[in-house]
Ligand binder design. Structure first.
Ligand code: NAD
Length: 418
């Protein structure tokens, strides 16, 4: 064991394998990515010199359908990390039962230090280098850290140039004009809202008396906060990288949204409202609330602060905000954690809708998108909830049990080729 992040992903799989009595033969197959591709990505920089970046695409599983997963541009990208993220995409798609396997891609680079033209050239060369294993029916990329709808537009164009036709279904998270889906931008936060409402319903909580704190006021956090506010919950705390605000009577979320529209880098810093106190990110996590939504970074709830968490419920908007040690402490204290693979799956579900629309060349209206998202999120929540009650395990374990069982059953039914 090298102790890398992929080892952590394998340990999760091994633990679940025991709980579901997974056939050791199937287990052995699921412990390895199906395919790993590492490519050199030479890019002519604006000053004329050539920089050679390293890129990866890992297809963890195609057992249940085409591989699916985002593309990350970051200086810390490693093959080990991409493998772990590809495994987690496999389980996430299986938890919400959409017909996809899992994949992930990444290029080790710092796009914030590159010009837009350099990033565009990098994207096109990387796309061509991994194109032999991509395809709208084989492996469909999407945005991740430091990639956007614009990046997906460049990828889709590159693939389309080689195919000689517009291949809309080749990537998701595209601009609307290129076959992107309505509602995609809000889908992850909206999914967090649906999941939170379903949990509150199970626990018979009155929405007007429910207090919520949200860490991270970006794409996921701000949408989740706004939609829960619109449903009548009291959002008492929000924060971002500049710190946070707390009002026990409930924050004025529409006013905050107006403020961040024009604030520097759309950050909360400088916001003013009567009765509001400033809190640090650390304090925000420890507020006495019903629901805590970590929607910023990984490793926020750790063995250091888990004992002091007062929230009854945690809905993980971010990926990996709770460490395994913290998980154990929270469980002992009776805190219900809705795991990332379920709570933030709304984004990939809407990517699935985008792909379905692209293939059918028929586009849905926003009501159809949101109603279908609601249905899938609530059904997945109920399935995980049922296993959690039946087997007396926490929601994370139950989600993984559902996911791994689905992938394992599909593999069993397909059999091992030849
Ligand atoms: P984002 O960049 O839009 O927002 C991130 C927010 O976190 C910002 O408000 C930022 O200020 C805040 N933040 C950054 N550093 C912080 C710190 N040290 N302390 C407190 N706040 C900090 O990103 P996003 O798309 O909203 O993603 C947030 C999380 O959700 C990530 O973990 C991401 O992997 C996960 N996620 C996103 C999607 C999606 O569709 N956007 C889907 C699934 C999971």
């Amino acid at each position: 064991m090298s102790g890398g992040i992929f080892d952590m992903a394998l340990k999760q799989l091994d633990d679940v394998a025991k709980k579901i009595n997974l056939d050791p033969n199937i287990h052995a197959v699921l412990r390895q990515p199906e395919r790993e591709l590492t490519v050199a990505v030479p890019v002519e920089m604006d000053d004329g010199h050539i920089e050679v970046f390293t890129g990866h695409r890992v297809q963890y599983s195609s057992v249940r359908g085409p591989c699916k997963g985002g593309i990350r541009y970051h200086q810390d990208v490693t093959l080990d990390e991409v493998k772990a993220l590809a495994a987690w995409m496999t389980w996430k798609c299986a938890v919400v039962n959409i017909p996809y396997g899992g994949a992930k891609g990444g290029v080790r680079c710092d796009p914030l230090k590159m010009s837009k033209e350099e990033v565009r050239r990098l994207t096109r060369r990387y796309t061509v280098m991994i194109m032999p294993i991509l395809g709208g029916r084989r492996d469909i990329p999407a945005p991740d850290v430091n990639t956007s709808a614009e990046t997906m537009g460049w990828m889709m164009d590159t693939i389309s140039m080689f195919e000689g036709r517009a291949v809309l279904e080749s990537v998701t998270g595209k601009p609307i004009e290129l076959g992107g889906s309505l509602g995609r931008r809000e889908a992850t936060g909206r999914g967090v809202m649906f999941i939170t409402l379903q949990l509150l319903k199970k626990m018979r909580c009155d929405l007007s008396e429910t207090t919520v704190a949200v860490q991270g006021y970006g794409n996921v956090g701000s949408v989740a906060a706004t939609l829960l506010y619109e449903k009548g919950c009291k959002i008492v705390g929000v924060s971002d990288v500049t710190g946070g605000f707390y009002n026990p009577k409930g924050l004025n979320i529409p006013k905050i949204n107006e403020y961040v529209k024009t604030s520097k880098n759309n950050l909360l810093e400088g916001y003013k409202e009567d009765g509001v106190e400033s809190v640090s990110n650390e304090e925000l996590l420890l507020l006495d609330v019903d629901v805590l939504i970590p929607a910023a970074l990984e490793n926020q709830i750790t063995e250091r602060n888990a004992l002091k968490i007062k929230a009854k419920f945690i809905a993980e908007g971010a990926n990996g905000p709770t460490t395994p040690e913290a998980d154990r402490i929270l469980e002992t204290n009776g805190v219900i954690v809705i795991p990332d693979v379920l709570a933030n799956a709304g984004g990939v579900v809407c990517s699935y809708f985008e792909w379905v629309q692209d293939i059918q060349a028929y586009f849905w209206d926003i009501n159809q998108i949101n109603e279908n998202l609601d249905k899938i999120m609530v059904k997945s929540f109920d399935e995980v909830w049922a296993v959690s009650k039946e087997r007396k395990v926490d929601m994370r374990t139950a989600a993984y049990m559902n996911a791994v069982t689905r992938v394992a059953n599909a593999l069993k039914q397909r059999g091992i080729f030849p």
